[in-house]
Design a protein around this ligand. Structure first.
Ligand code: HEM
Ligand code: HEM
Length: 176
């Protein structure tokens, strides 16, 4: 039993020391390598490189968080007032604004070469316009005012998804 414990401890110590050696070696190379880094959007940390979110991906995620705040605020007002008439507008603000936009952002973060294109910017612009037109449009349709905006907004939204599908299908770079 004691023998086993000693073998176990020895194994743990070996792993720890080899890990420490690897970290120390990386630090030593970092200090020696003072050439400019080719990827200026990478940050060196103790556990490796972290790519800073930028450009289109950043825009998508920040706006998704904004839509989430608006959608949740909307939900709380609805719940507090016990009036769920506009729950479809609330639902789609969260589903298109928060969920879909966040997925676009994460994709563009994972595949930067797909994000750095005019096609991707057009996709995000169309998707954004779709949300801004469709959500008030759905509310107006539910309230019996007009269906025009809901129709226009949903066509833009599906066009946005079509552009995204085309972007994903034609970007040959693997994720990561
Ligand atoms: C603070 C956060 C939230 C609050 C207080 C909230 C509140 C509500 C309320 C009161 C309703 C109406 C329920 C009914 O009439 O039966 C509702 C519906 C809905 N919410 Fe939220 N919500 C929140 C966040 C979200 C999020 C983040 C999503 C999606 C990602 C979401 C998706 C939906 C959907 C899909 C419905 C429609 C459900 C149905 O009609 O069956 N909600 N929410
Ligand atoms: C062009 C885009 C879209 C259009 C035109 C659309 C349209 C609709 C319509 C007409 C309803 C029925 C609403 C009612 O009975 O009051 C509905 C419900 C629903 N949709 Fe969508 N939708 C779209 C996108 C999405 C997406 C992207 C999601 C999820 C990620 C989603 C999730 C839901 C859910 C969970 C419901 C049931 C909750 C509710 O009744 O509000 N929809 N949608």
């Amino acid at each position: 039993m004691r023998g086993l414990a000693i073998i176990g401890m020895d194994w743990c110590l070996r792993r720890l020391s080899s890990q420490t050696a690897r970290v120390a070696q990386r630090h030593a190379t970092d200090r020696l390598d003072d050439r400019p880094q080719p990827e200026k959007h990478h940050h060196q940390t103790i556990i490796g490189k972290v790519r800073i979110m930028r450009g289109l991906a950043y825009f998508c995620i920040v706006s998704a968080a904004g839509y989430a705040l608006a959608g949740m605020g909307f939900g709380i007002v609805m719940a507090a007032s016990h009036d769920h008439t506009l729950s479809t507008a609330h639902a789609h603000l969260n589903l298109l604004g928060w969920v879909s936009m966040a997925i676009y952002g994460l994709y563009y973060h994972a595949v930067p070469s797909a994000a750095d294109t005019r096609f991707a910017r057009v996709h995000v612009a169309v998707a954004t316009l779709g949300i801004w037109i469709m959500i008030p449009g759905v509310a107006m349709a539910v309230l019996g005012m007009t269906e025009g905006l809901a129709i226009l907004g949903s066509l833009l939204t599906i066009l946005g998804m079509l552009l995204f599908a085309a972007r994903v299908a034609t970007a040959r770079q693997a994720i990561a």
